[in-house]
Ligand binder design. Structure first.
Ligand SMILES: NCCCC[C@H](NC(=O)CCN)C(=O)O
Length: 434
């Protein structure tokens, strides 16, 4: 009973620490919200966050493997037991034209607040083992995948458990974020005067339209959990010039990597057959890593639900949930490296992500209560893992089982190997400083 009372006291300490910092945390997320920056260009957000942690005596590494990534660390007193390493991730990239329409400014705030709260609790009471808290600034989630660059750089190597949370239309400990593959499709034809000598031309716009329509008929044979969505970025310049170049961009998604590469083969056949039918050349390329699906972790999820309920969170269940599918996130790749938890949280608005209305909601003061409550739940979940050693073993067992379900052999360079196998003629990641 004494142990339970002690743990309750430590959790209260978490909440008190976060509440004490609520003003500064609100300013932090507001300043990020007011200066929306795109993937790999989050220079202001990087500056704000590294200053925030440096001014609170964290060990900060700015420009951590990426120009706009950072790492802030704190370690408790050494003990005889092995150190337990907890990670909190901050996202802070915005979307083109509509700013923080996915609330990554609040993701940054949750990560920062949870880390402050957990440190505060551990400074007030000696934990049973040494604890290292790492806050990782992970840029470029909406485009590119900064977390994957950091995985490749070894940033997650000795972490035991990692947390972040994402704004949504309700609270859920887990939503099925799916695997995603981006592809840019370029068709090369031959220009000619569309009226005088059309027979001399090879029409790249015909190829683009055929490709789009091939995908449209493929939909009859697609699983209901698969998604394919695309745009025509370049369809030609003038009606009387037969287009010799067109460009499309598509996102392909499926609940697991295995299904994603099945879908990819079908969609690539749509692109390649359009080239054959028109006599065009086709080039398929990608400028983003494939994001993997987020692996669920039952133990972490149940601890989070328990702590969230204590704070009054009304969780939605998947069957009556916000949505049976979420989007995709490079946090999925992280869950293949280390057990992780990526809940979704209500911010006081039922509007939808990636809309101007949601941008307004993520910059509102009303979002603060829900944001800090989520940070408290995450930090309290980390506290349970720290003070209840057998939980970590259960978390690891869940993680191993979830990975076996996907059976990707560990250790291969998954990202490049799988893309090359999928038929991409080129695979390059923009804006990294490696
Ligand atoms: N390479 C494109 C990645 C797009 C990721 C984007 N992520 C979110 O919306 C965040 C919530 N998962 C998406 O799912 O479209």
């Amino acid at each position: 009973m004494a142990e339970m009372a002690l743990l309750k006291q430590r959790k209260q300490r978490v909440c008190d620490m976060i509440d004490q910092e609520s003003e500064k945390l609100y300013v932090l997320s507001q300043d990020i919200w007011k200066t929306p920056e795109l993937a790999y260009k989050e220079h202001t957000a990087h500056q704000l966050l590294t200053s925030f942690f440096s001014s609170r005596a964290w060990e900060v590494q700015a420009h951590y493997h990426l120009d706009t990534a950072f790492r802030a660390q704190w370690t408790s007193e050494a003990t005889d037991s092995p150190c337990l390493h907890v990670g909190f991730l901050c996202e802070y990239d915005a979307l083109p034209d509509i700013g923080h329409a996915c609330g990554h400014n609040l993701i940054a705030e949750v990560g920062a607040a949870a880390a402050l709260g957990l440190r505060g609790a551990l400074e007030s009471v000696q934990p049973p083992r040494q604890v290292k808290i790492t806050v990782l600034g992970t840029p470029a989630e909406e485009d590119g995948g900064g977390k994957i660059d950091l995985i490749k750089a070894g940033a997650f190597e000795d972490m035991d458990v990692v947390f972040m949370a994402h704004p949504a239309q309700g609270d859920a400990a887990y939503l099925p974020d799916v695997a995603i593959h981006d592809v840019t499709v370029k068709y090369y034809g031959k220009a000619s005067h569309a009226s005088a000598y059309p027979w001399e031309g090879v029409n790249a716009l015909d190829a683009a339209i055929l490709a789009y329509n091939n995908v449209s008929v493929l939909r009859q044979q697609m699983k209901s959990t698969w998604r394919v969505h695309g745009i025509i970025k370049n369809g030609g310049v003038k009606p009387n010039i037969i287009p010799d170049y067109t460009e499309l961009e598509f996102y392909l998604r499926a609940p697991s990597l295995k299904e994603l590469y099945n879908l990819q083969a079908k969609v690539y056949a749509c692109f390649n057959s359009a080239a054959t039918a028109t006599g065009c050349k086709v080039e398929l390329s990608t400028s983003s890593y494939d994001f993997y699906e987020v692996l669920p972790n039952k133990t972490l999820g149940s601890i989070y639900l328990e702590n969230g309920n204590q704070l009054g969170i009304q969780f939605v269940s998947l069957d009556k949930g916000i949505n049976t599918m979420a989007g995709s996130t490079d946090f999925g790749n992280v869950t293949y490296e280390v057990p992780g938890l990526h809940p979704y949280f209500y911010i006081g608005s039922k509007t939808f992500n990636h809309t101007a209305e949601f941008t307004e909601a993520t910059g509102s003061e009303e979002a603060q209560y829900y944001t800090l409550r989520t940070a408290k739940s995450l930090a309290m979940t980390a506290l349970d893992v720290i003070f209840n050693p057998d939980l970590l073993e259960r978390i690891r067992q869940d993680w191993k089982m979830a990975k076996e379900m996907e059976d990707i052999p560990s250790g291969i360079d998954k990202h490049r190997d799988l893309n090359c196998r999928a038929g991409c003629s080129s695979f390059h990641i923009k804006n990294t400083t490696e």
